[in-house]
Design a protein around this ligand. Structure first.
Ligand SMILES: [Zn+2]
Length: 101
């Protein structure tokens, strides 16, 4: 579905944004995106995280929490650069689409 493709782009930007503030893990991301109205299954989220990591936008570290391995993701310098580029485009998009000039 086409709208799914749009949302995946938005989701990636949310992830890069939040992971640039502090390291985040999967469940946290799912909850955060849920607050924004995205209902994300692990089957959707994890491939997105992997792609962002493979592209060099995120890096992960594993930590044992309550006896279980937890993977934290953080935005890399390259990811921050991509985020800044996205911000410019978001601004432009919002100006055009929402303000309807
Ligand atoms: Zn967000």
């Amino acid at each position: 579905m086409l709208d799914r493709e749009f949302f995946l782009g938005f989701i990636k930007i949310h992830i890069l944004y939040h992971a640039s503030k502090e390291p985040i893990f999967g469940v946290e991301i799912t909850e955060e995106l849920g607050r924004h109205g995205y209902n994300l299954s692990p089957g959707t989220l994890y491939p997105v995280l992997h792609r962002l990591e493979k592209a060099g936008y995120l890096e992960s570290t594993s930590e044992v929490v309550n006896g279980r391995m937890r993977k934290y993701y953080e935005t890399t310098g390259e990811g921050k650069h991509a985020l800044e580029e996205s911000k410019k485009r978001i601004k432009e998009l919002v100006t055009e689409v929402l303000e309807d000039k």
